[in-house]
Design a protein around this ligand. Structure first.
Ligand code: SAM
Length: 169
């Protein structure tokens, strides 16, 4: 059985079981109260190809200020000198673009969590060009801010060999 990669482990807040089996926890932060198994960056994953059954991706989603937990749980501020979104070349958009390419290299399934406080879901989904959406679920949060919504999107990579398979008669 292939393991699961939680690529944005943080302090594992969304999990009831903080130490589930077959799960590798990764984050780029040193000093979290629940340290990750591996310190790593989604833009350059320290794993071989096709080793995970799925990847969970819960990236920072809001511009509440550079010290916000949504930027970084230790409040170190945003990458790129505080440019929160920016362009494909310089901002978070570009960071997510590189991340989704890496996720497609290590797995063919991605579970992406997004809150719409600062950016609409459909805008962000444009970044995931390696992926096809198969399912989405709205999670109504008790911490709902100004009508924002939290979504879980399940995506898969397009497998061209599979598309050529004909049904057995
Ligand atoms: C919204 S928090 C994740 C919260 C976590 N899922 C939880 O339930 O507690 C986003 C996380 O992404 C991490 N992060 C930001 N940029 C990263 C990067 N380039 N590579 C890996 N982790 C990163 C942050 O350190 C932070 O822990």
């Amino acid at each position: 059985m292939k393991p699961i990669l939680d690529a944005t482990a943080g302090n594992r807040a969304y999990r009831k079981n903080k130490n589930p089996p077959h799960t590798v926890f990764m984050d780029k932060e040193v000093g979290l109260s629940r340290p990750p198994d591996i310190l790593g960056d989604w833009k350059n994953l320290p794993f071989r190809d096709d080793v995970f059954q799925h990847v969970e991706f819960d990236p920072p989603h809001s511009k509440f200020g550079l010290n916000s937990i949504h930027m970084n749980p230790l409040g170190h501020g945003a990458e790129n000198g505080g440019t929160w979104w920016g362009s494909l070349e310089t901002g978070w958009f570009g960071v997510f673009y590189k991340a989704q390419k890496e996720f497609a290299r290590v797995s063919n399934r991605l579970c992406f969590k997004w809150n719409t406080t600062s950016h609409a879901l459909e805008k962000v989904l444009k970044v995931f060009e390696e992926w096809v959406e198969v399912y989405r679920k709205n999670h109504t949060s008790t911490m709902k801010r100004g009508g924002s919504e939290t979504w879980w999107i399940t995506m898969t990579t397009v497998n061209t060999k599979q598309l050529r398979i004909k049904p057995v008669r």
